[in-house]
Design a protein around this ligand. Sequence first.
Ligand code: GDP
Length: 299
Amino acid sequence: LVRLRERLSRSQGPLGRGLLALLSRDVIDEDTWEEIEDTLLTADVGVAPTQELVARLRTRVKVEGTSGVSIKDILRQELLTLVDPSMDRSLHVEGVDGAPGVVLMVGVNGTGKTTTVGKLARVLVAQDKTVILGAADTFRAAAAEQLATWGERVGVPAVRGPEGGDPASVAFEAVREGIATGVDVVLVDTAGRLQNKAGLMDELGKVKRVVEKQTPVTEVLLVLDATTGQNGMSQARVFREVVNVTGIVLTKLDGSAKGGIVVAVQRELGVPVKLVGLGEGADDLAPFSPDDFVDALLG
Ligand code: GDP
């Protein structure tokens, strides 16, 4: 966990420290506020949240001044408000009526879905939960293989179907197997072809419907790549229309100083960031903690 915090601090530190440096100037004039705005926008915080934050900072600096009270404390409080610490970030992996909890991992190909399924399996296994994986990304040739490899690494079985086969039938089979063997959680990797919204809608809708013939889906996690900025935001909008997203996983936060996307995407979807990916390794997944995030920003 310490390692994860360090990594977060390395990638996100420039944003917070940049803001702090600007706010620590002797004279904070209009140019300074503009620079503050630019810093936030560059970090993908988004226009509306940026304007809100700047307005609040302006008021506080005016009322409280920057001597006496620590400007760092003001910034920390306001950044925390922006990340919304009141959201419920727990993962819903408890099944209904003795059946396993079912997590659907959705998102565009390349964002880190399969990797996240593997990492999450490891987290759950470490919590003494039994897990089974469903390789319902039958579209990308190597996806099922990659998921099976993760399964071996973590020590959990993976249910696979024929390449190019029906994703919904693989998901159904994984959940059936999960119920039959009495596991705690079924993690289903899905395909994310974005070329065609209607196709995606049909596919994900069918996966969910078919699974829910057996037991409810307890969590739908949308995986977004933090390095893709506004592109990630438009993906988020499409997925919101297609499926009822219950949480966001922000991957590759280690490779991007654009951590402001956390704020933007939560606003846009009204759904919390629950997990963050901070590397390619098995242990590089962490629960998203607003406090740790803001601490990492401010270093
Ligand atoms: P999928 O197509 O959405 O299933 O994406 P993959 O799971 O295959 O991941 C795509 C690439 O992103 C792989 O090379 C992963 O190792 C890498 N990746 C996934 N998550 C992270 C992360 O949090 N940080 C970094 N640096 N790379 C990641």
